[in-house]
Write a protein that binds this ligand. Structure first.
Ligand code: HAM
Length: 425
């Protein structure tokens, strides 16, 4: 029989890794709360057409990377990203009719059939956020500044912010023409994919990582040279706001992103190159002022970003505060076993993490188990303690032991917990 293993590019996250995940997720939720975002949860599966329409038919994601299938006649796809689903939900529930500006955030798995490598997986987690209803560059700047602060809280010190503008449809049309004019004579030097895209979606060529394409586009015109006046004004204001906020950034006129829905502002934050190598884009985002309208929701500007959670974990130098170790309750003798279970349950009710061991065995073997669990306190209940309503309370960190009355155990533990390990006697 072939052994059953996790699907290539999809990873288990084992319990010992979870404290770091929880730390990043908590820090993110707290950042979101402070900035007025509320959590949204949308399905992992959406109609395939949603991604074709929004992400774009000729993007790598839609052309090559989607987990699509037909179920009972419906064409469905495991979501490769979260923006399209959020915008669909926004339109479907007529949220615009109820509130002027909506700030949403999400955390969850995304699926892309990419070639797995460090920081690139086929199931990966994104932390993302979308703002619907705010057209101004102030909100672009605020989001970028918020993300710089968030990365700092995660202990990611060397983050580099890149910004660009892809403009509105006028700008893009003029830029596309100029790009095609420039690339047409160099067509033979492009990869087959890019040669095809010259006819279908020339902007995607700028996003190619292939060396041949990189060489051909090195001197190509950049979109900033073609910005229409209102796009230029938006970009200038964004820069002014970033400067006022003191947010470090660099204009990168060659920055294009791999999704077709963007308008005007684009940004990425890179970091931890030494640990992430080529896949050092920690997060990316931008404006997509036409998506809600394209989905039938009227004219509602939008902006958002998403970060790869695994990449943040690789880049982060912060260690989460250790969680309080459990209290171990040892039982000596049959009668004490039930008392140990009851005592552990009562300690849990008062908020402690406790483990009652009703498996029996010698005191030595039970204390060994307490050690393995990483417990700082062990409470020993034997027949004589049971009869007298007490426990032998051991502070394993301080190598101290005391007989404590059964109803004072919680008090005894909390008093010692607040004093540093080993200092109480
Ligand atoms: P994206 O650039 O495709 O944008 O992905 C955002 C981030 O997700 C990347 O910067 C990276 O950290 C992470 N990521 C992407 N693919 C993988 C992968 N295969 N393995 C691990 N991490 C990955 C979006 O998804 C847009 N929805 C962002 C957005 C929101 N734009 C506007 N609103």
């Amino acid at each position: 029989m072939t052994s059953l293993r996790a699907v290539k590019g999809m990873n288990d996250v084992l319990p010992e890794e979870m404290p770091r995940w929880h730390f990043v997720e908590r820090t993110y939720a707290e950042t979101m709360r402070r900035h007025g975002y509320r959590e949204v949860r949308t399905p992992y599966v959406e109609p395939t057409g949603l991604f074709v329409r929004t992400v774009g038919e000729t993007t790598d994601i839609v052309e090559k990377e989607m987990y699509s299938f037909v179920y009972q006649g419906e064409e469905l796809t495991l979501r490769p990203e979260g923006t399209a689903g959020a915008a669909r939900a926004y339109v479907e529930h007529s949220v615009h009719g109820r509130e002027g500006i909506s700030r949403w955030y999400y955390v969850g798995p995304m699926f892309r059939g990419e070639r797995p490598q460090r920081g690139r997986y086929r199931q990966f987690y994104q932390l993302g956020a979308e703002i619907f209803g705010d057209a101004g560059p102030g909100c672009d700047a605020e989001m970028i500044d918020m993300l710089v602060g968030f990365l700092r809280e995660l202990g990611i010190g060397d983050a580099e912010v890149l910004v660009n503008s892809i403009g509105g449809s006028d700008t893009r049309e003029r830029f596309k023409q100029a790009l095609v004019q420039y690339l047409e004579p160099r067509k033979a030097k492009l990869t087959a994919d890019s040669q095809r895209r010259l006819g279908t979606n020339p902007l995607r060529i700028l996003d190619s990582k292939a060396e041949e394409d990189q060489a051909a586009i090195a001197e190509a015109p950049t979109v900033l040279e073609f910005l229409a006046p209102e796009d230029r004004a938006h970009f200038d204001k964004l820069e002014a706001f970033l400067k006022a906020l003191g947010t470090p950034y660099r204009v990168e006129p060659r920055l294009v992103r791999g999704l077709d829905y963007y308008t005007r502002t684009l940004f990425e934050i890179k970091g931890a190159k030494a640990k992430l190598g080529a896949g050092d884009t920690l997060l990316g985002g931008g404006r997509y002022d036409n998506m809600v309208g394209d989905l039938g929701g009227g004219s509602v500007p939008a902006l958002g970003f998403a970060a790869g959670l695994e990449r943040l974990l690789i880049a982060s130098e912060a260690s989460p505060p250790p969680s309080a170790p459990p209290v171990y309750v040892a039982a000596l003798g049959d009668a004490a076993c039930s008392a140990a279970l009851v005592l552990a349950r009562d300690l849990r009710k008062s908020g402690l993490s406790a483990e009652g061991d009703a498996r029996g065995g010698s005191l030595k073997s039970q204390l060994r188990r307490a050690n393995t669990l990483g417990a700082r306190f062990a409470l020993v209940v034997g027949e004589s303690e049971l009869a007298r309503g007490v426990v032998q309370a051991k502070d394993l960190g301080a190598h101290a032991q005391e007989e404590v009355s059964r109803d004072r155990v919680h008090e005894w533990i909390t008093a010692r917990m607040t004093s540093p390990e080993g200092s109480a006697s």
